[in-house]
Design a protein around this ligand. Structure first.
Ligand SMILES: [Zn+2]
Ligand SMILES: [Zn+2]
Length: 288
């Protein structure tokens, strides 16, 4: 954990314009790190059935219903994150929002679980009569996914194992079905060049994708796929597609993944992508 905080500090030193969002991330990372809930067993799921559905292209969360223990763990983590943010040294707007949310959650013990369930189903938090109508939905969805990314770890590892590494090759997440937020070039075997992995912006699952090709529209025509190099960022670049006009941020480095691939840490590349006429198609939690 100490190393994550150090890595964030190091990243921010070179990119001070990200310091506010980094502070928020550090608070969340600390709560997750201090979380002592035991990892949930996932052996009860029918993995033969799950993997046969996944091989047809259906993400895990569309095949199974998460059991109550996983939901409860994620809900408790969400409640913990909200409480920590409610007293953190962060912009007033964020703190006030979390205080309001904290009050609503403590008055309704089932609500955090309902939020988690709703987010894994429809990726929104529109709940009837929950008293959260005036709460910033996007931010709450982001907090719920931050909890789930941690709680779903056993599910993600199991799927990676069953997919023999993490070969999935589709343009959406094999766990939750959302579109990738970023990619990374990774060395898979010596002398075979590098593969491209995609990272889900919601549950943070990683999977292998083709080296060439747009994950958003499946375009594979070389001439419609270009790269924007970013002068001051040697380890980051932007892959673009002229067919669907989308961009995908790519980390070309290998170390420091937790920070480099965190999406918030390269918000400046989103601005560059948009300035060049491309749109963000991958799910985005933050709007710069
Ligand atoms: Zn996902
Ligand atoms: Zn495309």
């Amino acid at each position: 954990m100490g190393s994550l905080h150090a890595a964030i500090k190091d990243w921010i030193k070179k990119r001070p314009y990200l310091s506010e969002i980094a502070k928020l991330q550090e608070v969340i990372a600390t709560v997750i790190d201090e979380n002592t809930a035991p990892e949930q067993q996932i052996d009860d799921y029918d993995w033969d059935h799950i993997i046969s559905e996944v091989k047809k292209g259906i993400p895990v969360l569309k095949v199974i219903k998460l059991d109550n223990k996983i939901i409860k763990n994620a809900a408790d983590l969400l409640t913990g994150i909200v409480s920590a943010l409610a007293t953190a040294n962060l912009p007033e707007k964020t703190v006030q929002f979390c205080q309001k949310l904290q009050a609503v959650l403590s008055g309704n013990t089932e609500l955090a679980s309902r939020i988690i369930e709703k987010v894994t189903g429809d990726n929104d938090v529109q709940l009837k009569n929950a008293g959260i109508s005036e709460i910033d939905e996007g931010f709450l969805v982001f907090l719920a996914w931050s909890s789930l990314a941690e709680t779903l770890k056993p599910l993600k590892s199991k799927l990676m194992e069953l997919l023999e590494g993490n070969r999935w090759r589709r343009g959406y997440c094999p766990i939750c079905g959302q579109l990738p937020a970023m990619g990374q070039l990774v060395t898979v075997a010596q002398d075979q060049g590098r593969e491209r992995e995609l990272i889900c912006g919601c549950c943070q699952m990683r999977w292998q994708y083709r080296r060439i090709g747009c994950p958003y529209c499946d375009n594979q025509e070389q001439e419609a796929l270009k790269i924007i190099e970013v002068a001051e960022e040697a380890d980051l670049r932007i892959d673009t597609c002229d067919k669907c006009k989308s961009y995908l941020k790519i980390y070309t480095g290998e170390g420091n993944r937790q920070v480099a691939l965190a999406d918030w840490s390269s918000l400046h590349l989103d601005l560059i992508g948009e300035k060049n006429g491309y749109k963000r198609t991958g799910y985005q939690m933050y709007k710069p």
